[in-house]
Design a protein around this ligand. Structure first.
Ligand code: NAP
Length: 289
């Protein structure tokens, strides 16, 4: 008989897009495998949207509705994080899989200066992920898994040689990342992003690409830090998906986008953590950073 799987998933930004795709794909897995008695904590910053989405999912997948839980969570808001943490503490809930999915991309920055946009995007896509993850680590079970949703736009190979080698270092420290962040803001303020190697050739806002570069580098150093606690960290790109962020011309739907994340979350618990050290996945395969 197959082992009963009783894992607790936490997913940020689950009311739409890839986050919703992750919740739905997991619901479908639970339905296909009656031994999957796992629970999903869907979280959203807008409670109304979150509750509506949970209601719709419970109606669509009635047999697993008891495996769907909800909590409000704005990853940029410390009070909201504290309430979620308190909920976990009070109810003695431990997490097995944390999907850091919530993210923003600012296209139209007519009202804000470039530096304001860069700081806002890095604040959500990078600093808030670090902050939330730090708060949740005490609740993550051994053999748990932190899965960060990143992008091909944030891979190191897309950076200019000038700065690529500084990010592409699996033992990069947070101090080095802080220095790089200051240099990046300096380049933005002085309009020297291209000259100093911070621009890539993608036709997407650079602040978004750079936020994912920082997220990737942070994920690798976090994996080393959590080795002794036997918590794994991995990163994936959903590919270009039809969401509010990706737009309607994108190639993948949200379910295709979420598939790689679900696959990573189902990887076998592995005692040899040096082998399962942080990797970047695209289209369900390990890819180059
Ligand atoms: P999306 O449709 O715009 O959804 C983003 C989700 O993040 C929404 O639920 C949004 O909530 C939530 N969010 C934003 N700020 C938040 C905050 N402060 N606290 C909590 N939730 C917050 O975008 P998506 O395409 O699904 O993107 C999801 C992830 O996939 C992102 O990390 C993105 O970078 C990554 N990604 C997407 C693509 C693509 O082609 N779509 C490609 C590569 C990577 P609201 O509804 O309240 O705004």
């Amino acid at each position: 008989m197959n082992k009963v799987q009783k894992k607790i998933y936490v997913i940020t930004g689950s009311n739409k897009g890839i986050g919703l795709g992750l919740v739905e794909n997991l619901c479908k897995r639970f339905i296909q495998n009656s031994n999957f008695e796992s629970t999903i904590f869907a979280t959203t910053r807008q409670e109304k949207l979150g509750l509506e989405s949970i209601k719709a999912l419970s109606e669509k997948y009635p047999t697993v509705k008891n495996q769907l839980l909800y909590h409000q969570l704005d990853i940029t808001n410390n009070e909201s994080i504290a309430k979620f943490v308190n909920h976990l503490k009070t109810n003695n809930i431990k997490i097995d899989i944390l999907f850091n999915n919530a993210g923003i991309l600012i296209k139209d920055n007519n009202d804000k200066s470039n530096i304001e946009v860069s700081k806002e995007v890095l604040n959500t896509n990078y600093h808030s992920v670090i902050n939330l993850t730090n708060e949740l680590i005490p609740f993550i079970n051994p053999y748990g898994h932190i899965i960060n949703v990143s992008s091909k736009l944030g891979t190191f190979m897309e950076l200019s040689k000038l700065i690529r080698y500084r990010f592409d270092n699996e033992k990069i420290t947070m101090e080095e990342l802080d220095t790089l962040e200051k240099e990046y803001y300096n380049a933005v303020e002085n309009n020297k992003e291209k000259e100093q190697g911070w621009l890539n050739d993608f036709n997407w806002p650079n602040s978004y690409c750079i936020s994912k570069v920082f997220l990737n580098a942070y994920s690798r150093q976090l994996a080393w830090k959590l080795l002794d606690q036997k918590i794994r960290v991995n990163v994936f790109t959903p590919g270009w998906c039809r969401t509010d962020m990706g737009g309607s011309s994108a190639t993948n739907d949200i379910y295709q986008g979420a598939e790689t994340g679900v696959m990573i979350s189902e990887m076998e618990d592995n005692d040899d953590f040096t082998k399962s050290y942080c990797k970047y996945y695209a289209s369900s395969q390990v890819a180059d950073w």
